[in-house]
Every structure is written in structure tokens, then in C-alpha cells.
Design a protein around this ligand. Structure first.
Ligand code: NAP
Length: 279
């Protein structure tokens, strides 16, 4: 029995085609390694081609087992062509990890609307546009899974993250509705809400001036290892979970928001006054 379940775990991704956006660093990079270990064929996307090549080589996959597909997630007009490139190369798309994203370290009233729009273009419109391009292919196949990287901030709001929280909340509205529309097609949706994960997200976060924050937040530095997160995401996907919360005690915020929103508000106001979110 044990041997059978181990074999099932091993074969789950053998030869499956897994397209990962934001694969050049952090969570996407970790997902690439976790899927490669399970025998998947990888399509790696992000803007920085050299970093994608580094990830592909580190994954240990043979060259015919991966495709480097650089893309700017804001350039949604290119998605049909990119989707065709994947199906022409591998014949199918089994898993789409819509993971590319950017955060903010910017107070709402100090930020021009262009910051809100930029974050929406990357985190929301980029994700849903790629899904609209890939899911018809999955429906034709009769199977597929779209995995969306949201955040705890997709379920709560917090200081310095108005645009980020809005973009992640929007993902839940879109994908919860799409999951209903896809019932019976064989295509599923999993939304992942990570807490603090040790990546360069705070370095890359936009400030009110539009420049990068360019430093590591303490919360990220002390956060979960992305490889541990990737393993837990794959386990959740395998179980067919619709929504997955992974992280440290910050995950409690999701439950507090449901059962005692006033308490969560007071905690967040205290953090805002202590400036915790910019540390
Ligand atoms: N780290 C956390 O604590 C945390 C918590 C919750 C949710 N998340 C979410 O996890 C996802 C991955 O973030 P991360 O933590 O791994 O941060 P990261 O290390 O900064 O990675 C972000 C990834 O997104 C890609 N990206 C950014 N803008 C892009 C664009 N315009 N076009 C294409 N790709 C773009 C980056 O690649 P290029 O720069 O090469 O384009 C990079 O691969 C994001 O959606 C983020 O919101 C992170």
C-alpha cells in the first residue's frame, strides 16, 4: 500500500506539461524545481531570459524537457502566439501556474493612479489573459489545472499594500467565478494564498514614486522557504484543493477576517502605526 502511494506520488507529473510564469526567481523558481523532480516537462516564463536559462539548467532537466519562453505578462497580445508555441512543442498544457507578480510598499494617498494600474496589469490582467488563452486548450484536452498565486493579502487588506491587495482580491473574484463556469470540463482552478515567503518580492515591490523598494523586509527574511511552499502547493493541487493557505501565523489573519474582523483591523492598525510593514 505504501509502495503504491509512493509510486502514485512519483508518476503524478511524469511527462505532464507545466507552464510557470514568474519562473525566474522566488516561488516560481521553486515550483520549477519541485515539478522537475516529479518528472514534469517545464515551460518557464518571465522577462529575464538569462535567469530562466539558469533555472532550467539548475532543474537538471534535459534540453528536450523544457522550453524557455520569455514574456512580459503585461503584453497580453502575445499570449495566443506563446500558447501555440507550447502546444506545438509539447502537444498539451496540463498545469498553468499563474504566478508572476509584483508587490507594493506605497501608501495609497501618496501613490499616483499609475501605480494601481501597473500592479493591476501585472497581477490581475496578465494572469486572467493568459488563462483565457490557455484554458480553451485544456478544455479541448478534457483536463488541466490552473494554479493562481494570490496571497494572504488576497483575503485581507493591509497598510502599504492597497494596490497589491486589490489586485489579489480581484483574482479571487475572477477565478472563483471561472471555476463554476468550468464545471464538467475537466479543468480545475486552485488559488494559493501564501503568507510570508523568503523571496525578493520586497526588493521588487513598487514604491509611491514608481521606483523599487530595493530592500528585504524582515517579514520576508524570516518567512517560509520557497521550496517548502512549492512542495505544499503541489500536495494541495494533487488533493484537488480549490484554495490553499500556506505560511506562518500570518495565515490566522484570513480566519480572523471571517470571524472577528474588528480584532484583525486593530492588529493591522497597530502594525501600521509601528510601521511594521516597511521594516
Ligand atoms: N514572497 C511572498 O512573501 C509572497 C507572498 C504571497 C504571495 N506572493 C506572490 O508570489 C508570486 C511570486 O512572487 P515571489 O515572492 O516569488 O517574488 P519575486 O522573487 O520577486 O518573483 C516575481 C516573479 O514575477 C516575475 N515578473 C514580475 N513582473 C513581471 C512581468 N511584467 N512580466 C513577466 N514576469 C514578471 C519576475 O520575473 P522577471 O523579473 O524576470 O520578469 C519573477 O520571476 C507573486 O504573485 C507574489 O504576489 C509572494
Amino acid at each position: 500500500m505504501k509502495a503504491k502511494s509512493i509510486i502514485q506520488k512519483i508518476i503524478q507529473m511524469i511527462n505532464k506539461v507545466v507552464w510557470i510564469t514568474g519562473a525566474s526567481s522566488g516561488i516560481g523558481e521553486a515550483l520549477a524545481y519541485a515539478c522537475a523532480v516529479k518528472g514534469a516537462r517545464l515551460v518557464l516564463s518571465a522577462r529575464r531570459k538569462d535567469e530562466l536559462i539558469r533555472v532550467a539548467k539548475t532543474s537538471g532537466l534535459a534540453e528536450d524537457q523544457y522550453l524557455i519562453l520569455p514574456m512580459d505578462i503585461k503584453e497580453t497580445g502575445s499570449f495566443k502566439k506563446l500558447t501555440r508555441q507550447v502546444t506545438e512543442r509539447f502537444g498539451s498544457i496540463d498545469f498553468l501556474f499563474n504566478n508572476a507578480g509584483i508587490s507594493t510598499r506605497a501608501m495609497a494617498l501618496e501613490s499616483p493612479l499609475s501605480i494601481d494600474r501597473e500592479v493591476m496589469e501585472i497581477n490581475y490582467f496578465g494572469s486572467i489573459a493568459l488563462t483565457k488563452s490557455v484554458v480553451p486548450e485544456m478544455i479541448r484536452q478534457g483536463s488541466g489545472q490552473v494554479i493562481v498565486t494570490s496571497s494572504v493579502t488576497g483575503k485581507t487588506g493591509t497598510s502599504g499594500r492597497t494596490a497589491y491587495a486589490a489586485s489579489k482580491h480581484a483574482l479571487h473574484g475572477f477565478y472563483d467565478s471561472l471555476r463554476v463556469e468550468l464545471d464538467g470540463t475537466g479543468v480545475g482552478i486552485t488559488i494559493v494564498c501564501p503568507g510570508y515567503i523568503r523571496t525578493r518580492i520586497s526588493y521588487n515591490a513598487l514604491t509611491a514614486s514608481g521606483e523599487r523598494f530595493n530592500r528585504m523586509n524582515r517579514t520576508q527574511e524570516e518567512g517560509m522557504d520557497p521550496m517548502k511552499l512549492a512542495g505544499r502547493i503541489l500536495r494541495g493541487v494533487k488533493k484537488g484543493r480549490q484554495e490553499i493557505y500556506i505560511g506562518g501565523k500570518e495565515i490566522l489573519g484570513i480566519y480572523l477576517k471571517r470571524c472577528c474582523p474588528g480584532v484583525l483591523h486593530r492588529i493591522l492598525v497597530k502594525q501600521h502605526r509601528d510601521n511594521t510593514y516597511f521594516e
